[in-house]
Design a protein around this ligand. Structure first.
Ligand SMILES: NC(=O)c1ccc[n+]([C@@H]2O[C@H](COP(=O)([O-])OP(=O)(O)OC[C@H]3O[C@@H](n4cnc5c(N)ncnc54)[C@H](OP(=O)(O)O)[C@@H]3O)[C@@H](O)[C@H]2O)c1
Length: 338
């Protein structure tokens, strides 16, 4: 496909004041950039939508806060179309951070070449960051044993569905928590979850029924009220894997206090541990190979939720934060190269 002279982009027009809405963004067009020294021109194929996109608007995280007028930031899978003076020939598939635009001139130092194994979307779902997050968070931090009860929140989301599948493969009884009965049916009928509960109902009562022996490992993707309901169900020597707090990303500040938690942690001998997947970067290749082998032999399924076209990205991000997605939400910006 020829490189176009115009680069369509989605710009963060204003920072949200309260809940994010699609009208915080606007589409525009700019000249397609030329790669400068140390840069390659990349055409975006797939754009990852992540709860962290919303967190980047709230303040400084592991990166600078987004500002009004910025091209919206986002992780991408792209094809190198002009290698510039860099090492990646045209046609190389690279993971990077091109943001919400068709083309970006990106520093090659920040690009990760990808050797495609099947559809490229797999490299943004099961074999991508959220698959790796599930892998290291569950296996290294949660350390499930056969016979354990493993509960996971945002269970039908990108990270959660892989956590549940890996926990099942480890011989655990798997309890999925999501915000929709239809999602829970997918988890039970297609991915082998043993039982599911809906966090929009009486979650404490539902968990009591679903986990009569308590929860040995809780993989927490959401924090907030769901964590509050899970805590009293933790079994002795249980492990809480703190992966994310998506329930808080639309809130204005950090809520105060952890009343009651320390005494529960003591009396139940719990371990509550946070992690950042990037800390495991030196093991990514081995983990990706393991996940790819599981995918190839059918032990793992890729659950993906792909929306079409860059202009659909704002509403798709808002929808994901509201729980609309089933699996890893991606935006297809261009077809996989032949
Ligand atoms: N530690 C790390 O290195 C790392 C790396 C990647 C991602 N993460 C974190 O992992 C978590 C999951 O990310 P993901 O990319 O896999 O997203 P995701 O689960 O695909 O999408 C987010 C889901 O969160 C749920 N949710 C939203 N608001 C909620 C609320 N108030 N209460 C309960 N659930 C709510 C929604 O599902 P339902 O409400 O229907 O369940 C929604 O579908 C996020 O917190 C993210 O920040 C951490």
């Amino acid at each position: 496909m020829a490189v176009t002279t115009t680069n369509r982009r989605v710009v963060l027009d204003r920072l949200p004041d309260g809940a994010l809405s699609a009208d915080c963004f606007r589409s525009d067009a700019a000249p397609t950039p030329e790669p400068g020294p140390g840069e390659a021109l990349c055409r975006t194929i797939l754009l990852s939508l992540d709860p962290a996109n919303r967190a980047w608007m709230r303040g400084r995280t592991y990166r600078d806060q987004l500002r009004a007028g910025d091209v919206m930031a986002g992780y991408t899978l792209s094809e190198v179309v002009d290698p510039g003076d860099g090492p990646y020939p045209a046609g190389t598939i690279v993971a990077g951070e091109a943001g919400w635009q068709e083309y970006a001139a990106l520093p090659v130092a920040g690009l990760q070449p990808v050797v495609p194994r099947g559809p490229l979307s797999h490299h943004m779902s099961v074999l991508g960051i959220t698959g790796l997050t599930a892998y290291f968070g569950l296996l290294d931090v949660g350390r499930p044993q056969a016979g354990d009860t493993v509960a996971v929140s945002a269970a039908a989301g990108a990270t959660g569905n892989v956590v549940g599948q890996l926990a099942k493969a480890a011989g655990a009884r798997v309890v999925g928590i999501s915000g929709a009965d239809a999602k829970n049916r997918v988890l039970e009928e297609q991915l082998g979850f043993d039982v599911t509960v809906n966090h929009r109902g009486n979650l404490r009562a539902a968990l009591k029924e679903a986990c009569p022996e308590g929860i040995d490992v809780y993989f927490d993707n959401v924090g907030g009220a769901v964590l509050d309901a899970v805590l009293p169900r933790m079994a002795e020597r249980g492990r809480i894997v703190c992966c994310g707090t998506v329930s808080q990303y639309e809130q204005p500040g950090m809520p105060a206090g952890a009343v009651g938690v320390p005494s529960l942690v003591i009396t139940r001998r719990l371990r509550m541990e946070g992690f950042i997947v990037l800390d495991y970067a030196d093991r990514f290749a081995a983990a990706e190979a393991d996940l790819a082998a599981r995918l190839a032999d059918g032990a793992l399924r890729a659950l993906e939720d792909v929306v079409d076209g860059l202009d659909a990205a704002p509403a798709a991000l808002v929808g994901m934060l509201a729980g609309e997605n089933v699996g890893k939400r991606l935006v297809r910006v261009a077809e996989d190269p032949a």
